[in-house]
Design a protein around this ligand. Structure first.
Ligand code: NAD
Length: 448
């Protein structure tokens, strides 16, 4: 990127309530709208793999930067009569292999650049698992824990209305992500269907099963994480009995992963959520954790263990560490202090490139990179989309066996590529995904 003239830069990652404007001098580049630490991280990963794959200079920018993005203002009447305006985003990374696919995130720090990074990772993930999609991601900058159910419904319906021409079963198919769930998808599907005049279940995935959702979708990401942890244990000859696991982010992905990993005979010794962590060396009672969260919304005050910070949790001695919350949790500051044997990335982008450089020098840790580890969710989302388009639904056993077959295949290809090219598991997974998108773009030409 060449500096041409300075431009003011508003820090998009600031919470909506923070009115401070940061004016800094940055080089102007057409894609500066995506500047964000998470986008920089996704670009750094891409650049490294592009060098490894010898991708031609002409093809790099169009592979890296999102094809299109939409930013919308979402005015919502709050329960007390005030009108609050939220920022909403949807980014479609590439259109070369089919419609785009990816989650919708509700979180105070959602920003265009963050969403763009997540969309890019979705592209590589879909290509790695052989799904006929480009990547997408979206979200609204809001704190869902501070909104009532009626406010959440109005926000979701208005957001869907604002992006309605940008989504569709053959255009872009949203799904749940952090802060959203089956109910959010039901509201999105209903709003879209009211607009078209007939029910369109295939416009979103992760819906309730009685509205055209797929059996196993809610559990798919966490179960996929556990399946791959099982494969990693075999790879490093670690017997499950007596092993221990730690999970950061006890939400949809983290809670199901914890439950599924516990079924191997592994003790879950610590979990955390946004309120902090809890540790019990004898193993946490997960049913009691679930009951506590159902009643109190967060882990805070859970009596079945000792409280601990996120930082203490990440560096606890354990066999399996599952970061399943946010991006950029494993950094240069803590990577050398991790004490796990398997690092299973349930979250998207939990490890920074600086931390990766440290982990590459640590053969004691077997990494299952995010685009492989959490791919179970989008694979079963794909099954849901196919079932909706055909109006023909499969049983759970069929869904799970198809899911594990795809994950097994992707795992094996990643392990083989890492071994043959002498690269890390992350570089191997990314290079498989990026290579497939690259080939599709080469064969189709400049249009998509
Ligand atoms: P979720 O909202 O259901 O759960 C997120 C959990 O993380 C909550 O327990 C929340 O309290 C906790 N959390 C938030 N900020 C935290 C912080 N700073 N430290 C510790 N915990 C924190 O979200 P989810 O759907 O489980 O998604 C979690 C991660 O998995 C995200 O990175 C998401 O992109 C990724 N992911 C989700 C799916 C899916 O199917 N839902 C699929 C693939 C990847």
């Amino acid at each position: 990127m060449k500096a041409r003239f300075p431009v003011p830069y508003f820090c998009a990652s600031l919470p909506a309530t923070n009115k401070t404007c940061h004016l800094v001098t940055l080089p102007l580049h057409p894609m500066d709208i995506y500047r964000h630490p998470t986008f920089d991280m996704a670009c750094a990963q891409f650049d490294r793999v592009a060098d490894l794959l010898s991708i031609e200079a002409n093809d790099r920018d169009r592979l890296k930067y999102p094809k299109r993005a939409l930013t919308v203002a979402v005015p919502v009447r709050m329960d007390d009569g005030r009108v609050e305006v939220f920022s909403g985003f949807r980014v479609q990374h590439h259109l070369s292999l089919g419609p785009t696919k990816g989650g919708m995130r509700y979180h105070p720090e959602v920003a265009l650049g963050e969403v763009a990074a997540l969309a890019m990772w979705m592209s590589w993930k879909c290509a790695l698992t052989g799904l006929p999609y480009g990547g997408a991601k979206g979200g609204v900058a809001c704190d869902p824990s501070r909104l009532s159910l009626t406010e959440l419904e109005r926000l979701t319906r208005r957001f869907t209305q604002e992006i309605i021409s940008f989504i569709g079963p053959q255009i872009d198919i949203p799904a749940p992500d952090m802060g959203t769930n089956e109910q959010t998808m039901a509201w999105m599907m209903d709003t879209y269907s009211i607009h078209t005049g007939y029910t369109v279940p295939a416009v979103v995935t992760g819906k309730p099963v009685n509205l055209g959702g797929s059996l196993g979708r809610r559990e798919a990401t966490g179960r996929g994480v556990a399946f791959l942890v099982g494969r990693a244990m075999e790879a490093i000859k670690l017997k499950p009995e007596g092993t221990t696991a730690v999970v950061q982010g006890y939400g949809n992905v983290g809670a199901v992963a914890a439950d599924s990993i516990a079924r191997f005979g592994t003790k879950i010794i610590a979990v955390s959520d946004v309120s902090g962590g809890v540790h019990n060396a004898k193993g946490l009672d997960l049913a009691a954790v679930d009951a506590w969260i159902a009643q109190h919304r967060t882990l805070a005050g859970f009596p079945g263990g000792e409280p601990l910070t996120q930082e203490q949790l990440l560096t606890l001695k354990c066999d399996i560490l599952v970061p399943a919350a946010m991006e950029r949790q494993i950094t240069a500051a803590n990577a050398a202090r991790l004490q796990c044997r398997i690092l299973a990335e349930g979250a998207n982008g939990p490890t920074t490139p600086e931390a990766d450089a440290i982990l590459e020098q640590r053969p004691d840790i077997f990494l299952i990179p995010d685009i492989l580890c959490n791919a179970g969710g989008v694979v079963v989302s794909y099954f849901e989309w196919v079932q909706d388009l055909q109006s023909f639904f499969w049983d759970e056993a069929e869904i799970m066996s198809k899911l594990y077959r795809i994950l097994e295949n992707a795992f094996r290809q990643t392990v083989n590529t890492a071994r043959d090219r002498k690269v890390s598991m992350r570089t191997a997974a990314l290079s498989l995904g990026i290579q497939r998108v690259y080939e599709a773009k080469k064969k189709r030409g400049l249009f998509p």
